[in-house]
Each structure stands twice: as C-alpha cells, then as structure tokens.
Design a protein around this ligand. Structure first.
Ligand SMILES: C[S@@+](CC[C@H](N)C(=O)[O-])C[C@H]1O[C@@H](n2cnc3c(N)ncnc32)[C@H](O)[C@@H]1O
Length: 245
C-alpha cells in the first residue's frame, strides 16, 4: 500500500533540488567525476539532480522496482541515463566492495537501518576522504507537546535533536562538514501536496477495505501533525567526510 501511494509521485520523502545541490556544494575537493551511491533512492528526484550536477556516475539503490523504472525513464528524458545505474537490493544487504564510492548519499532512507547504523554502513563504502550526505528527521525544539511526542514515539522512537545526532556521529570516524535543516516547502510542496491529491483517490478505490483505510488515515494524520507542529521537527541534511585522508 505504501508503494502504491508513492509510485508516480515526484518524491517519497521530504526534500528539494536546491537542498541536494547545497549539500553537494559543501563537499570541497571531491572528485570531478565521482562515483556516487544513492541509498533508498525512491523515485530518484535527488538521483537525477546528482547525475546532472556531478558529472559522475550515480548508482541508485532501492527495493521497489517501479521506483527504479520511474527513475530510469526520467534519466532518459533528461539525457543522463548513461551515468545512472539502478540496483534492486536491500540497503541491509549491500554487496559493494569496501571503498567503492567517492560520495554516499541518502535522503530520508537511512532511518530504515537506524540512522547511526546506516551511517556506519555508508562509511564502509567510502573511498579515503570520501563524503556522506544524508537526511534524517530531527527534533528542532526539545519541548514537543505530549501529543506530538506520542505520535513520533509510535512512528519513529529514534528521532533525536541535531546535537544528539552530532554526538553519536562523533564516534564514527567522520568529520562533520556541515548540516542544515530542509525548508518547510520540502515537506509541504514537494511531498504532502502531491500526496494529498492521491490519498482521496485511493480512499475511494479501497472503500470497504479497513486495512487500506486505516493506512490512508495514518498518512492524513501525519500531514495534519506537520501542519500543526512543523516548528518542532524537520529534516536535517548532514554532510560528513571520512577522516582517513
Ligand atoms: C522515505 S522514501 C525516500 C525516497 C527518496 N530518497 C526521496 O527522498 O524521495 C524511503 C525509500 O527507501 C526505500 N526502501 C525501503 N526499505 C529499503 C531497503 N531495505 N533497502 C533499500 N531501500 C529501501 C523505499 O522503497 C523508499 O524508496
């Protein structure tokens, strides 16, 4: 059901091209034609942007083949397909050799392994001096209302503040190059607006199916929660560099 909701939408998580470019620009001294891995690429908005701006090759990894097909169709339209490769494989079972990539990227997906575990997996795949850019949901304030805290305790209990993440990252042999919070439009315009056009269509399609209706209700709840409490949480881009130069 999750896949049915998001297939065909431009993004499956909050993000925007300008933030992708901003994180990429923070990687000083990177290769001119880097080997990039994009983990949990989804429909691949950031994959295509990375192929466009990097002049390198981008390996896009996800477990949902329709996302990978959507991504390749777009890459062909935009003339970057020769530098994009898709891999249908789980991020928990990646079989790349250690040190394969100059840049490991992941927007809104490492949480599936646990953010810190995910960063460890990225770190293994980096060439010396390589970079990681990854987004993670964070508390922007440390005084969330009980209702909001209960919501995220149920959805993603590992949500932490930026500082708490930085403390954990400090133990990973990674230098923090920088971090910034995605603009609210990365949620509202790029993710929730298209999503809220799709949800009523699916509610109609799945009339009488309590499981589907329950799932669609959780999506509506998530959007309502964001509208109400968007100053309390957001997505943070972390740009990190291996310390083995
Ligand atoms: C929240 S979406 C983010 C997608 C994309 N990066 C974006 O920002 O639009 C998470 C993505 O992770 C993928 N995914 C889920 N479990 C995965 C796994 N075990 N290995 C690889 N990808 C996975 C989903 O198919 C989905 O595309």
């Amino acid at each position: 059901m999750l896949f049915e909701v998001f297939t065909g939408l431009p993004r499956a998580g909050p993000g925007d091209d300008e933030s992708t470019r901003r994180a990429y620009r923070m990687m000083k001294g990177r290769s001119d034609n880097p080997a990039v891995l994009d983990i949990g690429c989804g429909p691949g908005k950031q994959t295509i942007e990375l192929a466009r701006i990097s002049n390198g090759t981008v390996t896009a990894l996800d477990i949902h083949q329709p996302f990978l097909d959507q991504l390749m169709a777009k890459a062909k339209d935009l003339g970057v397909a020769d530098r994009v490769r898709t891999v249908n494989r789980s991020m928990t079972d990646m079989n790349f050799d250690p040190g394969t990539f100059d840049v490991v990227w992941s927007e809104g997906a490492l949480y599936l392994m646990g953010f810190i575990n995910g960063l460890k997996a990225c770190r293994m795949l980096l060439r010396p001096g390589g970079y990681i850019a990854a987004t993670e949901i964070v508390w922007l304030r440390d005084d969330p209302p009980n209702k909001l805290r209960a919501f995220w305790d149920a959805e993603y209990p590992d949500i932490r503040t930026i500082d708490a993440n930085l403390k954990l990252i400090a133990g990973l042999e990674l230098e923090v190059v920088g971090h910034f919070v995605l603009p609210q439009s990365a949620w509202t315009e790029n993710l929730y607006a298209p999503l809220m056009e799709r949800v009523p269509v699916l509610e109609k399609k799945y009339e009488g199916n309590p499981d589907a209706q329950g799932f669609l209700r959780t999506l509506r709840d998530e959007v309502t929660m964001y509208e109400r409490y968007k100053d309390y949480y957001g997505y943070c881009f972390f740009v990190l560099r291996g310390t083995d130069l």
